[in-house]
Design a protein around this ligand. Sequence first.
Ligand code: P6P
Length: 335
Amino acid sequence: DQSGLAYSVGTTLDRFIKLKQSDFPFASGELSQLLRDIALASKIVNRETNRAGLSNIGGAFGQTNVQGEEQQKLDVIANIRFIRALSKGGEVCAIVSEEEDAVIDLQNKSGKYVVAIDPLDGSSNIDVNISIGTIFSIYRRKTPIGSPIQEEDIMQPGTEQVASGYVLYGSSTMLVYTTGFGVNGFTYEHSLGEFFLSHPSIQAPKNGTIYSINEGTQEEWNSGIKEYIDACKSANFSARYIGSLVADFHRNLLKGGIYLYPATQKNPNGKLRLMYEANALAFIAEQAGAIATDGTKRILEIQPTSLHQRTPLFIGSEIMVTEAVEHLKKHQFSI
Ligand code: P6P
């Protein structure tokens, strides 16, 4: 049947979004358009990412910046590209960005959606050609369309997300997202400029043998985390830590694994940001049968109190995260 075609590997993102729109009986197409706007911006950022290394020899490739401007950092470029695409797309009224101290009010009287985004996470990896990613969450505004943006439009818990996803600029570029009806992954074919469905209905393995944590901060961990990581080592698990959350998360989602960023002395609330990193991946994780917690509660249930607040993050295969939290709880008052 027609819908079966939409989910067959190889269908384009555009076609998939259009046909999945029927998941929303009252959909008027704005969310579909918003997802397309995000995909468009990710194609542009993908191109800039692939060229980044050439900017220093731009002259030889005719890419000198004619204004002679100093080559902007890639995460700044990504921020500009996503804000521009979301602003032009017309569906968004406000943006929370990792690159912006304050909420960006797009002054869009008809925009129904609020987007929280980390335009390019892992930017320390850009100059050494390691995978990086974009992470985004989409919310519906709470106050009447056209009225001034209020705090309640912005400070929404992750359970209120209508969609979330990430773009992984890796050996290939992938867009993975959910609208609450499962998780689907699309791989970019740059010669055609299209994302194609390559990973339909992603389900995370319930268990795994891969753990991702920065062992350099071991002396700062709660003893429960130390105990869990020692148990992983005793079980001959594999340590895989890229230093890029999206890349570590994506590998663990497909293969089974756990990513841990606990509270440390340097980051007593963890390092990762709730609104535009943890919430988006937590929604994806839960939709894929995995789990995401701050050690005491579901990430998605945390009520935000500030735009850039951090949270400890334990995310990945259900059995691994559950075990890690059990160790944590046994020692919860000991650093
Ligand atoms: P650390 C990148 O800066 C990031 O936000 C995540 O992508 C990554 O997993 C983590 O921080 C790395 O942090 O402290 O281990 O270098």
